[in-house]
Design a protein around this ligand. Structure first.
Ligand code: CO
Length: 208
């Protein structure tokens, strides 16, 4: 697609929106009150609003390679902090996807230069779950499982933040782990039991 076509598409989109609601952009400009923070992969095939049936203003979004929540990444931390403390979102969703290139790359030994420290976060997930993952003989199943475990561990990384814990304990915030199945288009709720998943870790990570 060429750049000119994008601007034509934009004009078309504006006129369709205004046809449905003449005050659409006027209302949009008044502010945002999203209930959801979505943390997902940058993959071009995983289109947040489309697959969730969301409208502009309904979901606050952060995307990076393989939906990583690193403790050293000020970008991700700022997004989560702003969403929780200022927008007061009710749900944080960490959404991975099967067929994730970032997760695949983390399973490999290739030197990817500047990408190495980012992918290291996923290698750490592998290390934490090495026993389970190494017991899976089928490579495709192992890859899928690492996608799921990466979502689970990134949910825990979200919950380690003191401001997230405060909102979680107050009952005003839920954390969800999902996977988008690119082959079928379906969203899968991994049904991560957050209290169960954090058991044993709470002594270390609890911040009061
Ligand atoms: Co991906």
């Amino acid at each position: 697609m060429n750049i000119q076509k994008i601007f034509e598409n934009n004009k078309q989109w504006v006129s369709e929106r205004l046809k449905a609601d003449t005050k659409f952009f006027e209302n949009l400009s008044k502010g945002q009150h999203p209930d959801f923070l979505y943390i997902g992969c940058s993959d071009s095939r995983v289109t947040v609003e489309d697959m969730m049936g969301m409208q502009p203003g309904e979901v606050f979004v952060h995307r990076n390679i393989a939906n990583v929540v690193s403790n050293y990444d000020l970008n991700t931390l700022s997004v989560i902090n702003y969403a929780v403390e200022h927008l007061k979102v009710k749900h944080i969703i960490v959404c991975g996807h099967y067929g994730c290139g970032g997760v695949k790359a983390a399973m490999d030994t290739t030197d990817l230069g500047i990408l190495n420290p980012h992918l290291r976060n996923i290698k750490d997930v592998y290390r934490l779950h090495k026993e389970e993952l190494n017991s899976i003989q089928d490579d495709d199943k192992k890859y899928k499982r690492l996608v799921e475990l990466n979502v689970q561990e990134q949910c825990l990384n979200v919950l380690e933040k003191s401001f997230v814990q405060k909102a979680y304990r107050a009952g005003s915030l839920e954390v969800h782990g999902w996977v988008f199945d690119i082959k079928s288009g379906h969203l899968v709720d991994l049904q991560i039991d957050i209290d169960d998943a954090t058991q044993g870790l709470t002594d270390i990570y609890t911040i009061n």
